[in-house]
Structure formats: C-alpha cells, structure tokens
Design a binder for this molecule. Structure first.
Ligand code: C5P
Length: 217
C-alpha cells in the first residue's frame, strides 16, 4: 500500500551506536538504540527503495526485506560504509558513531588494582566527513544530537561535512533523542532553509525526511 516514490532508488542507512573495545569484556558506547535509523530503513523500504542498513549492536529486529550488515565499532562501520556507499543514491547517517576509541585494546581483561587508572582515547574516523568529501551526485543526510548550541553546531556540521540535509535533535527536550519512540527535530538544508517539526513518532519523522529528500533532486 501507499506510494512507491522511492522505487528504483538505493538507500544506505546507518543506525545504532558503536562499541569501542577497552579489553575483551568491556567497551565504551552511548545511549543510541537504533530506533531512528531503523524507522528510516523501514519507511524507505515501504516506499519502494532498495535498502541497506549498517547497524551497530541493537535489540531491534532486522526489518524484513532490508539488507542488514552488522558492525560493532566505528572502524567496522567505516569499512562497511566504504564497501556500500558507491552503490547508493541516498546515504542517511543516523548512527551515533563514537567520536573516540581507546588507544590500546588490551588482550587480557584489565584487573582491578590501583585506586585510579586512566584510559587514553584517540579520534575515530569521521565517516560522514569522508562521505561528504566523496559525495559525487549522492544525497547525503546527517544527524546532529546536541545538548547545547544545537542550531549553531548543526549548521557547522552541515557545511563542514558537505551535507544536503542535517536532522538536528535537541537532547534536552522530552520525547526527543535516544531510546524514545518519538523525536523532536529541525531539518536544516544546505540552502539555509530550516523546517522545525513537532514532537512525533520516529516513523513519521522518517517519512518527512524521505519526503524532503525527494524535493532535493
Ligand atoms: O559531528 P557529529 O559526530 O556530531 O556528527 C553527527 C553525524 O556524523 C551523524 O550523522 C553521525 O552518524 C556522523 N558521524 C560519523 N562518524 C563519526 C561521528 C559522527 O559518520 N565518527
């Protein structure tokens, strides 16, 4: 049922948080559940797109008729994205990729010892920035989740990462961001337009994102 307005389009979606290993049993991660990205993958599938979903660890079920690639770390997600993006017409990066990872991953479990220990971190590759630099004629959509200076940060990322659209998420609002089934976002376009959306189910946010993508080309 419904409009197959993405028929013939190949959509690549990333979703979920990444896990950055510290030792064989521990990792650093974030509160992302993957709900926003999975909602986008399902909406695109329902609208006729051929969808590939690159997902960090989540408890969500793989959407049917979507090709799912499971990854754990940002490095693994980057490898998967590099394998897949060339075939995509639209890339939507809803994943909460860890910005940093431990410099060393110890081979053995770290034992309890001193009162205080420290963990050195190093930057992960910025996948979205890579995609922006290698965009070709793809449409590129990013997300920005912030606890402060949302619009300013989102505007900067849109430019720096060469995006067509950034979906800005205010993590301080109730019913927005990680874990919940709703979201409150603003859509910021490369041409300066801003569309603020009410609080609504993530699936509806997903459909509006897809609607606006179709207006871009
Ligand atoms: O700069 P920031 O990490 O907040 O950017 C958020 C956007 O960039 C999201 O779309 C996220 O998927 C993407 N990202 C990425 N690789 C990173 C960090 C973020 O692709 N290492």
């Amino acid at each position: 049922v419904g409009m197959k307005d993405f028929a013939g389009k190949k959509v690549l979606v990333t979703a979920g948080g990444t896990r950055e290993a510290i030792d064989p049993v521990r990792f650093i991660s974030n509160r992302s559940t993957g709900k926003m990205g999975y909602a986008i993958a399902e909406a695109a599938r329902d609208r006729g797109a051929e969808v590939t979903l690159i997902s960090g660890p989540t408890t969500l079920e793989a959407p049917r008729d979507v090709r799912k690639i499971e990854v754990e770390s940002a490095d693994e997600m980057f490898e998967a994205v590099k394998q897949e993006y060339l075939q995509a017409d639209v890339v939507i990066k809803a994943a909460a990729v860890a910005d940093y990872k431990p410099v060393v991953v110890t081979r053995q479990k770290i034992k309890k010892g001193p009162d205080s220990i420290s963990l050195e971190l190093t930057r992960n590759p910025d996948i979205l920035e890579f995609l922006g630099q290698n965009k070709g004629d793809r449409i590129l959509v990013g997300f920005a989740a912030e606890t402060e200076n949302l619009m300013e940060n989102a505007q900067k990322k849109l430019k720096k990462k060469n995006l067509d659209l950034i979906v800005a998420n205010d993590l301080t609002l109730e019913g927005a961001g990680f874990g919940v089934d709703t979201n409150v976002v603003k859509l910021l376009f490369a041409d300066g337009r801003v569309i603020p959306l009410e609080k609504m189910p993530k699936r509806q946010v997903a459909d509006i994102i897809l609607d606006t993508i179709l207006t871009l080309k």
